[in-house]
Design a protein around this ligand. Structure first.
Ligand SMILES: Nc1nc2c(c(=O)[nH]1)N(C=O)[C@@H](CNc1ccc(C(=O)N[C@@H](CCC(=O)O)C(=O)O)cc1)CN2
Ligand SMILES: Nc1ncnc2c1ncn2[C@@H]1O[C@H](COP(=O)(O)OP(=O)(O)OP(=O)(O)O)[C@@H](O)[C@H]1O
Length: 193
């Protein structure tokens, strides 16, 4: 008899537990390793790259964001507008101040100009071998991808630790697959599939 397929919620809980079990030194080394991979896209002064302010045990995107900025990219961070709304992105540079937004996540202040990213660095709870992803379950990134897709082409790059990879995530119609995932050991390209 085969085991029942785990739900997205069960997969999320298990992957977040594996992520949280990593020690601080392992997490720091992984964040630096992300920045040292050959980045899979060209970066020019017109590239707008949205990252995130890390929370809990998420892999820290800041070393990678700093490296991309040193190649000319303009950086942005997400701002939560409301629970059921897409995210908005506002300009950020590593020396500019942030404020605590709703949910306590650090975000740029209202005065920071809004930007539409070309590249989104996306925090993950889990990802699978086809580039499907699970987040915290609020649907923010899925809504953001859907909205942004109607405005301009963009590339979605998930950032994760290797331990967050799982065999297969059950997909729902609103789920948008990632173009790439960067982990501490790999740059995985899902576009050729
Ligand atoms: N660092 C970071 N920034 C981010 C995100 C993220 O995943 N990571 N987001 C990605 O969307 C947006 C914020 N969305 C979030 C959505 C839910 C939860 C959260 O903690 N959810 C609770 C459950 C809350 C509930 O249902 O009552 C949880 O997971 O325990 C956090 C952030 C924008 N900024
Ligand atoms: N484009 C969309 N329009 C309307 N509702 C959406 C859209 N995308 C996702 N949702 C809703 O958001 C909720 C959470 O979706 P899901 O479980 O896929 O979250 P997730 O991928 O883990 O989270 P996130 O996208 O925030 O990282 C679902 O109830 C879903 O119906």
């Amino acid at each position: 008899m085969s085991l029942p397929t785990p739900t997205k919620t069960e997969l999320r809980i298990a992957a977040l537990a594996r992520r949280s079990a990593l020690g601080e030194a392992t997490r720091d080394a992984a964040a630096r390793a992300l920045a040292n991979h050959a980045f899979p896209l060209p970066i020019t002064p017109s590239s707008i790259v949205a990252g995130y302010s890390p929370i809990r045990s998420e892999i820290d995107p800041v070393p990678l964001m700093q490296s991309l900025a040193s190649h000319g990219a303009r950086l942005a961070l997400p701002v939560i507008i409301a629970r059921d709304e897409p995210l908005m992105f506002r300009v950020w540079s590593p020396d500019s101040a942030l404020i605590a937004g709703s949910l306590g996540i650090l975000e740029p202040p209202r005065e920071a100009p809004q930007l539409m990213p070309d590249i989104l660095l996306v925090p993950l709870a889990a990802f699978d071998r086809a580039g499907h992803r699970i987040g915290y379950g609020a649907g923010h990134y899925d809504r953001t991808f859907a909205q942004l897709r109607a405005i301009k082409p963009f590339t979605a790059i998930g950032l994760a630790f290797d331990t967050q990879e799982i065999e297969a995530i059950p997909m729902q119609p609103h789920d948008v697959a990632l173009d790439y995932v960067l982990t501490e050991t790999r740059v995985i390209d899902f576009r050729s599939k």
